[in-house]
Design a protein around this ligand. Structure first.
Ligand SMILES: Nc1nc2c(ncn2[C@@H]2O[C@H](COP(=O)(O)OP(=O)(O)OP(=O)(O)O)[C@@H](O)[C@H]2O)c(=O)[nH]1
Length: 314
């Protein structure tokens, strides 16, 4: 049946999946969080902190948008690197729209070009260019970047469905972007119950929050050597109903003894600090007081060992 649209009928409800791609540090996780409105994907100022395809769910009156956050695509040097890239490509093939994030405050580089040329190869899936971190640049510079992104599209025969400047931090154009992404979704019912923000198990989110805290202030290759596994989350017995406590037992894995002492710090000071910061985020996420029990363990060269990778959830 066709209806005459006089501009008063409500828009059709749409639902589907979107993912953001882009080189490390392009602002994908921050944007996901801004769209969802709660901290679900971890962010940090160091590249390649995101390892899991964490989903955030955006609920709107006109539809539901499920966001899949992928790690930064990069040239693989280890088995872990290879698996991360595979994960990115598998994700692209399954979503309704791909958003390529390009920071406004850096010139288009070989990294952006490489990823753009990769997504140009996925036929049919619409692509939206998202120019991020607009709060960091002047209007003139932003205009230049928008032109450069448009030209990149022409050069690669990549037909941008939209080019959208946003600032996740300043909250500029975030809602507009949600609408434009949603416009690419097929008509359909909600995929998740109202109120759900993510379908990641709590353990994964908790592990990511701890990894984020553990990464703060460490240098060089260490960030990629840290993996976090939540072994157990159990409510403490014998607590009064109005004063619950959740025991969270966690192993932090590193690849070498030297890394273990860095993570632990002098007389355990660093690890205590990591615990304190992570606990605050976890308590906010779960809405309950938490006792966080952190252990640091060495899993020799786990990034190169298929068996260990499997055990650590990769
Ligand atoms: N000023 C400003 N900074 C931003 C904005 N978006 C992200 N950032 C910062 O840029 C850095 C990287 O952001 P992330 O969201 O972690 O980047 P990512 O693309 O998810 O990075 P990977 O997980 O490494 O792939 C962080 O320090 C953010 O705070 C923004 O809109 N404005």
């Amino acid at each position: 049946m066709t209806s005459l649209d006089d501009g008063t009928s409500p828009p059709e409800y749409r639902s589907g999946f979107a993912c953001f791609v882009g080189r490390p540090n392009a602002g994908k996780s921050t944007l996901t969080n801004a769209l969802v409105g709660q901290k679900v994907a971890i962010t940090s100022s160091r590249p390649q902190t995101t390892r899991h395809a964490i989903r955030g769910i955006v609920h709107r009156d006109d539809g539901q948008l499920v966001l899949v956050d992928t790690p930064g695509l990069h040239r693989p040097r280890t088995l872990l690197g290879q698996r991360l890239n595979d994960l990115v490509r598998t994700t692209w093939a399954e979503v309704d729209v791909v958003g390529l994030c390009i920071p406004a405050d850096e010139r288009l580089g070989p990294g952006d070009r490489y990823i753009a040329s990769e997504i140009a190869r996925i036929a049919r899936t619409p692509k939206i260019a998202v120019v991020t971190k607009t709060d960091r640049v002047s209007d003139d510079r932003l205009a230049e970047q928008l032109v450069a992104v448009a030209e990149l599209g022409t050069e690669l025969d990549l037909d941008w469905a939209e080019i959208v400047p946003v600032s996740a931090v300043a909250g500029q154009q975030v809602d507009l972007l949600a609408g434009l992404l949603l416009a690419q979704m097929p008509p359909g019912p909600p995929l998740y119950p109202e109120g759900d923000l993510t379908d990641e198990p709590e353990e994964t989110l908790v592990a990511e929050l701890i990894r984020e805290a553990a990464l703060e202030g460490v240098r060089d290759e260490l960030p990629h050597s840290i993996a976090v596994v939540v072994e157990e989350m159990i409510p403490r017995e014998d607590r009064p109903a109005d004063r619950p406590l959740l025991d969270v037992h966690v192993n932090i894995y590193v690849e070498r003894d030297s890394q273990k002492s860095i993570v632990i710090g002098k007389k355990g000071a660093r690890l205590r600090d990591v615990g304190t910061r992570a606990r605050q985020h976890i308590e906010r996420l779960l809405g309950t007081p938490v006792y966080l029990d952190l252990h640091v363990k060495v899993a020799k060269d786990w990034q190169r060992d298929p068996k260990q990778l499997g055990r650590l959830g990769f």
